[in-house]
Design a protein around this ligand. Structure first.
Ligand code: C5P
Length: 314
């Protein structure tokens, strides 16, 4: 079925400006199967979108101006090394039009943190330009374009929770997802995705069912079933992160996992009060200047924001 985009009226001619939210993701599970001949790693991961979001405003710009990115974080590149710009240029090329668009990016998601911020920004640009330019392309077409920009881009064009396979670009929705609260512990340093995969070595673990069935469990039942095959290699390469993980893992009997290629660590909770209490304890136990955030998994509630180009019909 072709997903509908809930947004400013479709019947209107190309809008002058659209606002798009770009949520972060967590990898609740991440199994790395093997290194492929093309250098990528074959994986299987249950990914969950959360309500920590970057926000983008896309506006039509004068002919010949190209894509101009203004970002709240001056440390990020504003040329095509930024996936938001690369996405606008790729979309324009695919649509056979000039990439004349101003992109204002309000950055909230920490970078190189395993939260998919750059990929989500790219997906948001694709969704936003689809609307701004009145293209009405289905999500599948956007996802194919997104896969060329980065392995994690298509998952942000699917639903709130998915199983991703291949190098990450093969996405299937999870039927009965777990929803609740997540506490993120973001250290003041990032991890490069390429370095994390380079540090990977095969992990011997029994097959654990993913996603769908796990959704029926409370957080206490789900926590021990989460895993991330990139952890051992990243912890070897980044001892400071390993030490932080050691301080937090098992705090108040709560297991802590790393998201994606790191550096964010996270834990799950069924209610906001226990998440808040654990966040306080984690801040004290961290022993360094971490950023601790209490977030919620992405749900229908987030789909009812007015005037925002939405994730899609899921
Ligand atoms: O696809 P993307 O550009 O986001 O990937 C960044 C890097 O992460 C790749 O160049 C590769 O080194 C590594 N990677 C990998 N296996 C994956 C995804 C990423 O080895 N499935």
């Amino acid at each position: 079925m072709e997903p509908t985009v809930i947004a400013a009226p479709h019947s209107a001619p190309a809008t002058a400006c659209v606002r798009v939210l770009a949520p972060a993701k967590l990898n609740f599970t991440l199994r790395v199967l093997h290194r492929r001949p093309d250098g990528y790693h074959e994986l299987e991961s249950w990914v969950v979108l959360i309500d920590l979001c970057d926000s983008l405003k896309l506006s039509a710009a004068a002919a010949g101006s190209g894509t101009r990115l203004t970002c709240s974080d001056p440390a990020l590149p504003s040329d095509r090394r930024n996936l938001a710009v690369a996405a606008a240029e790729a979309m324009a090329a695919a649509a056979g039009r000039a990439p004349d668009v101003d992109v204002q990016l309000d950055k909230r998601i920490p970078v190189s943190a395993g939260l998919g911020g750059g990929s989500s920004d790219a997906a948001a640009v694709l969704r936003g330009l689809n609307e701004l330019w009145g293209l009405h392309w289905p999500a599948e077409r956007l996802a194919a374009l997104g896969a060329g920009l980065g392995s994690d881009v298509p998952l942000f064009l699917a639903g709130p929770q998915s199983i991703i396979r291949g190098r990450g670009e093969r996405v299937s929705a999870v039927a009965s997802p777990w929803t609740g609260f997540v506490v993120l512990v973001c250290p003041p340093f990032g991890v490069s995705t390429a370095d994390a995969y380079r540090a990977w070595a095969p992990v011997d673990r029994p097959t654990t069912p993913l996603g769908g069935t796990a959704g029926a469990l409370p957080a206490a039942g789900l926590r021990p079933r989460l895993y991330n095959d990139l952890e051992p290699g990243v912890f070897r390469a980044a001892p400071r992160l390993a030490e932080l993980h050691q301080r937090l893992d098992g705090l108040r009997d709560v297991p802590v996992r790393m998201s994606g290629s790191g550096s964010t660590l996270f834990a799950l909770f069924d209610d906001g009060a226990s998440a808040g209490a654990w966040a306080e304890a984690a801040r004290s136990a961290a022993g360094e200047a971490v950023c601790v955030l209490v977030c919620e998994t992405w749900s229908d509630r987030h789909l009812r924001l007015e005037g925002v180009v939405q994730l899609g019909d899921f």
